[in-house]
Design a protein around this ligand. Structure first.
Ligand SMILES: [Zn+2]
Length: 358
């Protein structure tokens, strides 16, 4: 198929329109599009994918898109506790669905088996919140049922209400739509422009989420959810050894001897800070480290970390080569206090009691 520059320009304009209409009002749009791109990258290779060679249409399974959509949001919400609120204390419907099916999950691992009911509810949210926008801004898409029969839906839909009305008039319910059809030239455009589109989508998403969240390293977290970034979370073995010996092998939390199984703990949770600077790391016994996990602990311990960071012995061991020590360490402590306070909005607090005071 010949793809001329006009086609490309038109496609690019429609993509842009899709993302910028009504400004950035939710994470649904960018994550839906991420899922479509991911599908074209991975799903196209599986038997799920259907192609109409004669009309050059790729059929994208909405159920599969919902699965990718779930995975991305699951990481953002369960692992990084990112917030997208409808009102002050009410989260968006999507997070309620995730909580309903995975109430006790901390997000360390993406669930392999997602219940059908969960996927169905997510598909419903996609239809209600964002799929009509594909039709509104990107009239190039068509909808198909399970037998790949085209479902005749008005070219330009005004809004969600109109979308629902059209479905009703057709005597069809949203569940009848199983596939989005994407013409070959658009798939080709996405494939050739993929790195650029992926970055642009993450940037859009970051801008939107930044308006609602005060968390560090947002872009990196999005890249983790997108599986395009990995990072070592630990300090080096040498630093660990130095830290444990500085603490005289006593657990920072309970004060017990930890020489058998010392562990490095991120005082402000790693999944919040996304950094492994020594001013936020304490040595802990295995028991305390496991109990603490991704939680935040009482202020008493914050005071102790701040104090520890200013201790001469600690400074000599870890910050000896800094030129203006006082300046740097007071900055680290300011930052630590700020992160600690802000983290309380995201991660749960648990109370920790020292067994004895040393
Ligand atoms: Zn302990």
């Amino acid at each position: 198929m010949q793809i001329n520059s006009y086609d490309y320009q038109q496609i690019a304009q429609e993509f842009s329109k899709f993302f910028h209409r009504g400004s950035l009002t939710s994470s649904y749009k960018p994550i839906l599009f991420k899922s479509i791109i991911y599908y074209l990258k991975k799903g196209k290779l599986t038997k799920l994918h259907k192609l109409d060679k004669e009309n050059q249409i790729h059929f994208i399974s909405i159920e599969q898109i919902a699965r990718y959509f779930f995975r991305f949001n699951f990481v953002l919400y369960k692992k990084f506790k990112l917030k997208q609120l409808r009102s002050k204390n009410r989260s968006v419907k999507l997070y309620e669905i995730i909580d309903e099916y995975f109430p006790n999950d901390s997000g360390e691992k993406i669930p392999q088996n997602i219940p059908d009911g969960c996927i169905k509810q997510i598909m419903k949210q996609l239809f209600r919140n964002v799929i009509y926008l594909l039709r509104k801004d990107m009239y190039i898409y068509d909808f198909y049922d399970v037998n790949l029969n085209i479902i005749d839906i008005k070219q330009n839909l005004k809004d969600e209400m109109e979308f629902n009305r059209v479905l009703k008039d057709l005597g069809k319910h949203w569940v009848d739509i199983k596939y989005i059809g994407i013409p070959e030239n658009i798939v080709h455009f996405i494939e050739t422009q993929r790195p650029l589109l992926e970055s642009a989508i993450l940037a859009n998403l970051a801008i939107f989420l930044e308006t609602l969240n005060l968390i560090p390293n947002l872009q990196k977290k999005l890249m983790i959810a997108d599986r395009t970034y990995t990072k070592m979370r630990n300090i080096s073995a040498i630093e660990k050894k130095k830290l444990y010996s500085y603490q005289e092998n006593r657990c920072f939390y309970c004060g017990d001897d930890m020489s058998n199984t010392p562990e490095a703990d991120h005082f402000v949770p790693y999944d919040y800070l996304f950094d492994s600077k020594i001013w936020n790391i304490v040595g802990a016994c295995q028991e305390c480290n496991r109990k603490k996990r991704n939680f935040i602990v009482n202020e008493e311990y914050l005071g102790r970390v701040l104090e520890r960071n200013l201790d001469n012995e600690f400074i000599n061991r870890f910050f000896g080569d800094f030129e203006d020590l006082k300046f740097h360490i007071s900055n680290f402590n300011q930052l630590l206090k700020l992160h600690y306070q802000n983290c309380l909005n995201y991660f749960k607090k648990i109370s920790f009691n020292r067994k004895r005071i040393t």
